[in-house]
Design a protein around this ligand. Sequence first.
Ligand SMILES: Cc1ncc(COP(=O)(O)O)c(C=O)c1O
Length: 347
Amino acid sequence: MRAIDLRSDTFTKPNRAMLECILDAELGDDVEREDPTVIELEETASRMLGKEAGLLTTSGTQANLLALMVHCGHGDEVILEKEAHIYYYEVGGMASVAGLMPKLVQGTRGVFTGDQVRAAHWGEDLHYPHGSLVAIENTHNRAGGCCWSLEQVADAADAIQELGMRLHVDGARIFNASLAQSCPVDRLVREADTVMFCLSKGLAAPVGSMLVGDTETIERARKIRKMIGGGMRQAGVIAAPGLYALRNMVDRLQEDHDNARVLAEGLRSIGFGVDMSTVQTNIVIADVSPLGMDADTFVLQAENIGIRIFAFSPTAVRFVTHYGIGPDDVSEVLERLTGHYPLPIPR
Ligand SMILES: Cc1ncc(COP(=O)(O)O)c(C=O)c1O
């Protein structure tokens, strides 16, 4: 049986055109700033996001770490959401490498307010760590791809400015947030000092993420990237498909959002618990407890009928739509779940 892989948009594969542009890419030593393709990518990315400069990194995790290190001194406080990717999934790099103190804020669908930032900030008492950075995640992965709106970013940014802190946006899926809200991406990140976004994931490039911000900050990040082993030589082989992705793969993310909505509605109609208000982009979180089983059991059963997903919590699983998954795949998934396996779904 053909497997339909909805585990994550990290499983996207580059298309032929993307791979072919690697063959034609002009290359040079990027540590010496002599790779024209990397330079073009960095200029294109920063222009699209409305920032002065850009830096190609090996991964989103690396770009987030660079942002933490460039904005904060050792021992500083970083305010972030309780289930932020930086806190939850980046191997504790903020503590072990950057030496930072996380101050966690409980968001609503991944979003917190300016007042929550004010309340979380330690202040300048002799006893407290210096509060230097607030990191927000747009879209928020563990909130099921929910978006920060322009107004919500502005509200947090007001507090951040008042407190003399800086704002980093973990925008691994910032183009999803922009499309879902019909908001130009540069406007959505206007208040941010730095933004990370991924060329891999929904944009389907094989490797790489970008960090963008003002020139001085990005040049300092470039040096830290070198220190942590992220200086790459003929990195145009990575930049070429990245450029292709920025030019050709952004608008099609809408297809992933449309597919996610159809999938979510279908799952609901066959008995899964889905909160449709959280289905804003390409991620669907489905509660499997109405089926009388836990998430791990369901994941195993789904694998048997060629549906690949990840458990998200003891009771919920996550489906992610992405490049390579079409409307037919979504119909097929719903058909397999309803018809091809004796799941105890109430109909
Ligand atoms: C919100 C968010 N930030 C950062 C990352 C890290 O990206 P990478 O896997 O390229 O390190 C991810 C990866 O899934 C993510 O979802």
